[in-house]
Write a protein of this length. Sequence first.
Length: 178
Amino acid sequence: MSRKVLVAYASKMGSTAEIAAAIGAELRAAGHDVTVRDAAEIRSITSYDAVVLGSAIYARRWRPDAVRFLRRHVEELRERHVWLFHSGPVGPDKDEAQTMPPKVARLAEKIGTSPATTFAGRLEPATAKGWLARRLARGDMAADSRDWDKIAAWADEIAIAMSATEIADQHPDDEEAY
């Protein structure tokens, strides 16, 4: 039995959307029914068993659409499997985990989900938006630092976790099923 999974994202320059698409593709390959959509476009999550939400992170802040999504659906998310990620670091700290912004951390705690996983981002002159991003994209910070193998491995972990939950749901009284 496959799970119905929503992979939602809030992206500024397209990098987080591309990461969400890659996660969706991995989950589809694992046999799940996956929808990948911009968080701003989602009105209801009632038809989904699990949700993966990603946001670009700039100056230790999530995109407003991702925070609104969490706030709007906090009660429903408590009843689902939820995974969070953020992307954005480039340059020397590209491989360092970023802490969740306080608002996001409080919402994640209410939902009962783990802290967000950090993925390095992309900063290129062609997609840079905003004065600072355009300036940085002309210098040493310009790069596509995303680690596609790390992203695929994380999506595979989600697929494994959903399969384990599926077994537990099918055999709630059978301890041998675990």
